[in-house]
Design a protein around this ligand. Structure first.
Ligand SMILES: N[C@@H](CCC(=O)N[C@@H](CS)C(=O)NCC(=O)O)C(=O)O
Length: 239
């Protein structure tokens, strides 16, 4: 019913976690971003920002033509509304989940992404950039820790906000973070990690690409991922 355009990165894992939790039937369509498959015209037609994840729902609630969705936050929201799961229906509960969902989309994800870039992938070591993003990561982990000090999950019951944030905390060591400094994050992290759906989601990812390769990058992948320009997202365009 759902085609998931996917590669096992933090943003990809968010969606398999949701789909495994809800047991919605889905088919993974691998998009090997290190090989440039995100520039294929059929993918750009549904994801014009040349980023995965994206989905196509072949059985939308209103019936009719399939609906495609790009951006992991929009996908989680779409799937939560469709399944009526992991997003409260009441105004206050829903608003809280959306706050933390958007906090992840605008803060935790992009900042930790820059941390990964400068700590792991940049061809030269730039201490200022590493320090800036490791510090910002620490600040965001602090926000998460304070939020989780008095509640089990980010907003009410386990929700799409937690599913969005969790995969970004998985590589905490590579981000220069020690969970011993953030005990409430650690408790939350271990609880989500041990959920059967999370385990299945990461197994699905491992079947698509060997997790031992995560964090390594070929020269070809480096050029494709870090050499993009205004022309890159044109159909047929490449870095
Ligand atoms: N804001 C987007 C970010 C998605 C994103 O950055 N995806 C990366 C992998 S984690 C990607 O597809 N990169 C391909 C590229 O850079 O060309 C979301 O939340 O879906």
């Amino acid at each position: 019913m759902i085609d998931l355009y996917y590669w096992p990165t933090p943003n990809g894992h968010k969606i398999t976690i949701f789909l495994e939790e809800t047991a919605m039937p889905y088919t993974i369509i691998p998009v090997d971003i290190g090989k440039g498959e995100q520039f294929q015209p059929n993918f750009l037609a549904i994801s014009p920002n040349n980023r995965m994840p994206a989905i196509v729902d072949h059985a939308p609630m209103e019936r009719g033509e399939p609906i495609s969705v790009f951006e992991s936050g929009a996908i989680l929201l779409y799937l939560a509304e469709k399944s009526e799961k992991f997003l409260p229906l009441d105004l206050r509960g829903r608003t809280e989940v959306l706050e933390w969902l958007f906090w992840q989309m605008g803060g935790l994800g992009p900042m930790l992404g820059q941390n990964h870039h400068f700590s792991r992938y940049a061809p030269e070591r730039i201490p200022y950039a590493i320090d800036r993003y490791v510090r910002e990561t620490k600040r965001l982990y602090g926000v998460l820790n304070t939020r989780l000090a008095e509640r089990e999950f980010l907003a009410g019951a386990y929700s799409i906000a937690d599913m969005a944030a969790y995969p970004w905390v998985v590589p905490h060591e590579a981000q220069g973070q020690n969970l011993a400094d953030f005990p409430h994050v650690r408790r939350w992290f271990e609880a989500i990690k041990s959920r059967p759906a999370t385990i299945r989601a990461y197994e699905r990812g491992a079947a698509v690409s060997d997790p031992a390769q995560a964090g390594t990058m070929t020269e070809e992948a480096r050029k494709i991922l870090f050499g993009q320009s205004a022309q890159t997202a044109q159909p047929g365009g490449k870095a």
